[in-house]
Design a protein around this ligand. Structure first.
Ligand SMILES: CC(C)(COP(=O)(O)OP(=O)(O)OC[C@H]1O[C@@H](n2cnc3c(N)ncnc32)[C@H](O)[C@@H]1OP(=O)(O)O)[C@@H](O)C(=O)NCCC(=O)NCCS
Length: 189
């Protein structure tokens, strides 16, 4: 495998699929998301409960939002690695980029694990995977955003070396219209 710091986008074609064993012995395959994953991703999102949906930047139960996501994947502005058990998507990790902005060196990581697979180490594996491929996208700073009370995600990111950057009071509005504080974490790549 190419060392992470010298990885290029071309190297990604050789990186996948990869296999991993979760803590409970479940075999998982990681591979890049493609347009044909649309229905599986919508199905995955619809298995999430209200609390989970609160912790997501966007409402991925909406087909329009998933279409925009996969359009960004096709354009190379988002890279998503999905975790599959058999032919079922059980989690994903995404790297979101803004190549035309002055934050073009900053990538944003988003991770999401099916409720049945939480606490198995999958979230940590996916976050580690996104961190590993970030250099291929010229990311120098990797950020993660979450409501301040999302303690599980904080644990996952802290273990990977992410540190608190800012708390923005009231910057998250939940689905019931309540304000929450937004925590921004980041790590150098
Ligand atoms: C965040 C998320 C991806 C973590 O997935 P996961 O597969 O459960 O993660 P892991 O099993 O790798 O690690 C979670 C760790 O957090 C720990 N944890 C759980 N609840 C916690 C809490 N309240 N406080 C501190 N740590 C906690 C777990 O014990 C586990 O640690 P362990 O490895 O020592 O057992 C998952 O909860 C999720 O999909 N949440 C909804 C989406 C989201 O919030 N994404 C983050 C913002 S981008």
């Amino acid at each position: 495998m190419t060392p992470a710091m010298s990885m290029t986008r071309a190297d990604l074609a050789f990186r996948y699929p990869t296999n991993a064993l979760l803590r409970d012995g479940t075999a998982v395959v990681f591979r890049p998301a493609v347009a044909a994953d649309r229905e599986s991703l919508i199905g995955f999102a619809r298995a999430l409960n209200e609390d989970d949906l609160l912790y997501l930047r966007e409402d991925i139960t909406s087909p329009d939002v998933v279409d925009d996501w996969l359009t960004d994947v096709a354009r190379g502005e988002t890279f998503t690695v999905v975790a599959e058990v058999g032919d079922r998507i059980v989690g994903y990790g995404s790297l979101h980029l803004e190549p035309a902005r002055w934050t073009r060196h900053v990538g944003e990581i988003r991770i999401n694990v099916h409720p049945d697979y939480r606490g198995t180490g999958l979230g940590g594996e996916l976050a580690g995977e996104v961190r590993a491929i970030a250099p291929a996208f010229n990311v120098r700073l990797l950020s993660a955003q979450m409501p301040v009370d999302q303690l599980t995600a904080r644990t996952v990111f802290e273990r990977l070396g992410f540190r608190h950057q800012a708390i923005l009071p009231g910057w998250v509005m939940d689905r019931d219209g309540r304000d929450l504080d937004l925590l921004i974490m980041a790590t150098d790549i």
